[in-house]
Design a protein around this ligand. Structure first.
Ligand code: TYM
Length: 331
């Protein structure tokens, strides 16, 4: 690897990506590939913290891998792999679990949310999820982690775990910094703009999936919940319009002031249609590229096999040092 700072990020393969995943995280990953050594991963081990259908999980993981390439991750520039193919994450996870406090994990809002949504399956993996996420990052001593705002708390915990390890065993881990891009760091539900857009939303109109076709995208935007004021302006109390404006700004590059003047005197109908069209046009090439990639599974296998080998080589060196530091007998 070249002597550059290291970027790591991951996404769970629980269904196709949402517009939130795309704008808040994935679309920011490809521009980092020239400046940094980048590792990106399909976090299938994280996905089983909630019940998954095994056949669907396998399909979704492969689709997520192809989607990341379709979104601009170049497997020749970045190391792109599937988490369960690289055993060092789980090996490091155990050591990190022993350096994570029960109280810290209990305070994680994602744990609280998910245990409320799945009261019949509050399993230990769901609870220790942030330690595995810390292992993903620390196994490579990553410098930067590009994520949406909802992952900030997990990143802070990762830094705390790394710091605690360093205090106990001597300076070793880099403290990773979150990279959160201002526009679109939290895309909200189209049906309840006070809630994050999420694929687990029961109302299919709440969420744009990046493989939705143009008609579906426009229909969902037309139904988006707004307010009764009929003024396109970014202001407190206008959660629905603010959300649409941040989506429009993210996909067109226009700032809020120019969006406001573009739609001055026009109604929400025109604005929603423009947002829908801009999003659909932005996503169209991703669908085409995704279909092309999914038609060649052998090629995908070649890529993810090579990605896992590279990721293992890097993380194995780091995890072996960690095992030595904590006092395990060298193999
Ligand atoms: P996940 O799979 O839920 O989401 C992937 C990325 O998408 C971002 N995101 C959003 N951004 C803006 N608006 C939204 N509505 C929205 N919804 C999701 C997330 O912030 C994330 O960056 N635990 C992680 C996956 C993970 C990971 C890691 C991330 C596993 N190991 C190590 C970074 C480093 C997760 O569940 O993301």
């Amino acid at each position: 690897m070249e002597d550059k700072k290291l970027v790591f990020s991951a996404i769970q393969p629980t269904g196709t990506f949402t517009l939130g995943n795309y704008i808040g995280a994935v679309r920011n990953w490809s521009p980092l590939q020239d400046e940094y050594n980048c590792l990106y991963c399909v976090a299938d081990m994280h996905a089983i913290t909630v019940k998954q259908d095994p056949t669907k999980l396998r399909q979704n993981s492969l689709a997520a891998y192809a989607l990341l390439i379709a979104c601009g991750i170049d497997p020749k520039k970045s190391i792109l792999f599937i988490q369960s193919h690289v055993p060092t994450h789980a090996l490091l996870n155990w050591v990190l679990c022993c350096n994570t406090q029960f109280g810290e994990l209990s305070r994680m809002t994602q744990f609280k949310d998910k245990s409320q949504r799945h009261p019949d399956d509050i399993n230990a993996g769901l609870f220790t999820y942030p330690s595995l996420m810390a292992a993903d990052i620390l196994a490579y001593n990553a410098d930067f982690v590009p994520v949406g705002v909802d992952q900030k708390q997990h990143l802070e915990l990762t830094r705390d775990i790394a710091q605690r390890f360093n205090q106990r065993y001597g300076d070793f881990f880099t403290l990773p910094e979150p990279l959160i891009f201002e526009v679109g760091a939290k895309i909200m539900s189209l049906q309840d703009p006070t809630k994050k857009m999420s694929k687990s939303d029961e109302n299919p109109n709440a969420c744009i999936l990046i493989l939705d076709d143009k008609d579906t995208i426009i229909r969902k935007f037309k139904r988006a919940v707004t307010d009764s004021e009929a003024v396109v302006a970014y202001r407190e109390g206008k959660d629905g319009i603010n959300n649409l404006m941040s989506i429009y700004s993210a996909v067109t590059g226009k700032d809020y002031a120019s969006i406001e003047s573009e739609f001055a005197g026009k109604g929400y109908g025109d604005f929603k249609l423009a947002v829908g069209e801009a999003v659909a046009d932005n996503l169209a090439p991703i669908r085409t590229e995704f279909d092309r990639l999914m038609a060649d599974k052998a090629y995908l296998k070649e890529l993810y096999t090579e990605g896992a080998q590279k990721a293992f080589r890097i993380s194995n060196k780091i995890v072996s040092k960690v095992y030595h530091k904590v006092g395990f007998v060298d193999r």
